[in-house]
Design a protein around this ligand. Structure first.
Ligand code: HEC
Ligand code: HEC
Length: 146
């Protein structure tokens, strides 16, 4: 009995010594630096301005958008992209017209108008930021496009 109490006391003592040092080891991902120490404002990323079409990397790739699209609204009543890219307007806007593939439904049936699945252009076509890549990349386009 006496032995057990001594053991308990020793354990308690050890726990008291161990606990504060354990608490000190808990760190946030940022470490123990102050919030504003060594912080830099994030780089401002610019959308590429109007440019020539960007070369594709594989044949079926939705081409990247070589111009700014901020403020180009797409909702169920209006699609700003089509004011330049539709078959009615492309000539005047000197833009590329939406290709015939965008007039097919998912079963390959030809439609008289743009397929609803292609209406929200930015699901597939994305604009580009003028910024250096975060990680290196040795990707090369498929042979047919080199
Ligand atoms: C004010 C007219 C205008 C609007 C609005 C517009 N575009 Fe464009 N777009 C252009 C022009 C001009 C080009 C370049 C054509 C060229 O140089 O061959 C272009 C190029 C593109 C290309 C590249 C085509 C290729 O063959 O590489 C894509 C993709 C594209 N636009 C998508 C969009 C999307 C998506 C929207 C809506 C968010 C949009 N555009 C809105 C005028 C416009
Ligand atoms: C589901 C994905 C998807 C959506 C949504 C989509 N596209 Fe595309 N788009 C593609 C793919 C893939 C290609 C390349 C293959 C092809 O021509 O079909 C392409 C090609 C294009 C091209 C190049 C045509 C050429 O002759 O080189 C233009 C311009 C374009 N799309 C405009 C648009 C516009 C404008 C919208 C919205 C009204 C739109 N796309 C919606 C996938 C999409």
């Amino acid at each position: 009995m006496k032995k057990n109490i001594t053991k308990l006391l020793i354990l308690l003592g050890l726990a008291c010594i161990a606990f504060p040092s354990y608490a000190e080891e808990v760190k946030s991902l940022r470490g123990t630096r102050d919030l504003d120490a060594g912080s830099e404002p994030p780089e401002i990323k610019r959308l590429i301005a109007d440019d020539r079409p960007i070369p594709r990397d594989f044949v079926q790739q939705p081409p990247l958008i070589p111009h700014k699209i901020d403020g180009y609204h797409i909702d169920k009543n209006y699609n700003k992209c089509l004011s330049c890219h539709s078959w009615t307007n492309y000539k005047q806007a000197k833009a590329t017209k939406v290709p015939p593939t965008h007039f097919q439904d998912r079963d390959g049936n030809e439609l008289a108008n743009l397929s609803p699945g292609r209406y929200f252009c930015t699901l597939c076509h994305v604009s580009q930021l003028d910024t250096s890549p975060l990680v290196g990349n040795e990707f090369e386009p498929v042979k047919a496009l080199r």
